[in-house]
Write a protein that binds this ligand. Structure first.
Ligand SMILES: [Zn+2]
Length: 184
């Protein structure tokens, strides 16, 4: 759990933000976003933002494979994670999407952060939940899932979106209601 308490952002809001990001960078008709390219595009669009690939030997964070400094506008990514993301590995692609999501939410969208204090933090007020949610909505777009005629299988989404089986399974639960009749 993060030490911060964030302004509420619902999953509906996240879908809208994910849609706008895809639209801005030309990925509305694309299933599988090239996350390395999107990161470069974001640095061009938001000149304050930069990223750094840190060699595995020099990586000093034992709890994460990437991190975002919202004050310095810098995303740091461990080299092996970056390379695997470029090679299309789902989990590593999601790691990079997660950091971009932190940046988009706080530095672009302007979601406010407060000190957590003794407050009870609901999921939608937790910056980590928010980044996880937006990253998943970004890589597995709801508007495209909904437009399919049948509910896709997990394997189909893994290949189509370049995500892990966990991420595919998790996101597919949200299309269950709209497609319950035509399940494969
Ligand atoms: Zn995070």
């Amino acid at each position: 759990m993060s030490e911060f308490y964030a302004q509420s952002v619902s999953r509906e809001d996240m879908r809208q933000i994910a849609y706008l990001v895809r639209k801005k960078f030309g990925y509305l008709d694309v299933w599988k976003i090239p996350v390395d390219l999107l990161l470069d595009q974001m640095c061009e669009a938001f000149p304050e933002l930069s990223y750094e690939i840190v060699s595995d030997d020099e990586w000093d964070d034992t709890t994460a494979h990437a991190d975002t400094d919202i004050f310095e506008h810098t995303i740091r990514i461990r080299e092996s994670i970056y390379n695997r993301a470029c090679d299309g590995k789902g989990r590593d692609r999601m790691t990079i999407a997660h950091e971009m999501a932190h940046y988009i939410l706080i530095c672009v969208t302007g979601v406010k952060l407060y000190s957590r204090g003794n407050r009870k933090v609901e999921a939608y007020n937790d910056p980590e939940w928010q980044a996880k949610c937006l990253a998943a909505e970004l890589l597995i777009p709801y508007y495209k899932l909904k437009a399919l005629k049948r509910k896709p299988s997990v394997d189909y989404i893994i290949n189509l979106c370049g995500v892990s089986s966990e991420a595919a399974e998790y996101q597919l639960q949200y299309v269950e209601e709209v497609m319950s009749i035509d399940c494969l």
